[in-house]
Every structure is written in C-alpha cells, then in structure tokens.
Design a protein around this ligand. Structure first.
Ligand code: FES
Length: 98
C-alpha cells in the first residue's frame, strides 16, 4: 500500500501496489477521461507523474506507442490505464477534466 496524491485537487488515497492508476483515480472519486476503458487505444487518460516516477513500473511498448501519438507529451507522461501503482508514494496531475 502506498500513497497516491492526485493534483490539482490534492486528494490523497492509499493504493495497493499493482493497481492501475486509472482504477485508483476513479475509486478516489476523481474524474478522468478513459474513452477506450483502459485498452491503451485512446490516450485520453494521459497524466503527468510529478513525483515518484522512477518507482513505477517501466513503460511498456503498447503505452509508449500510444504516448507517441499524443500532443503535449513530456518525460512525466504516462497513461493512467497502463501504469500500475508501485510500492512508494506517487504524485500525479490529471490533464483531462470530464
Ligand atoms: S483509457 Fe484509453 S488509453 Fe487509457
């Protein structure tokens, strides 16, 4: 279990390692686009990882390909549906608001 801080709201929740960040964000009551329901096909769940990026599992090929197709991607970018929570605290920023 590790702490996930969700910006810009500042919501903090405890998340079990291995949980997709998209699931954790929705369970926390936050709103985020997820048009393809987590299949890495739409890119609408694009987030920035502000802190703890290196504690998260590495980007896999399917996520990397989808990120390559997006505008505004940076080294902080991840897809919430493809990123699993790690064992340490992480702070993310939601970029799309529903
Ligand atoms: S929900 Fe579509 S890529 Fe994440």
């Amino acid at each position: 279990m590790a702490q996930l801080t969700i910006q810009p709201s500042g919501t903090v929740v405890d998340v079990i390692a291995g949980t997709p960040l998209l699931s954790a964000i929705l369970a926390a009551g936050e709103k985020i686009h997820h048009k393809c329901d987590g299949k890495a096909e739409c890119g609408s769940c694009h987030i920035f990882v502000l802190e703890g990026r290196k504690t998260l599992p590495r980007i896999q090929k399917i996520e990397n390909e989808q990120l390559d197709a997006l505008v505004g991607v940076s080294s902080k970018s991840r897809l919430a549906c493809q990123t699993l929570m790690g064992e340490e605290a992480v702070t993310i920023e939601l970029l799309s608001f529903v």
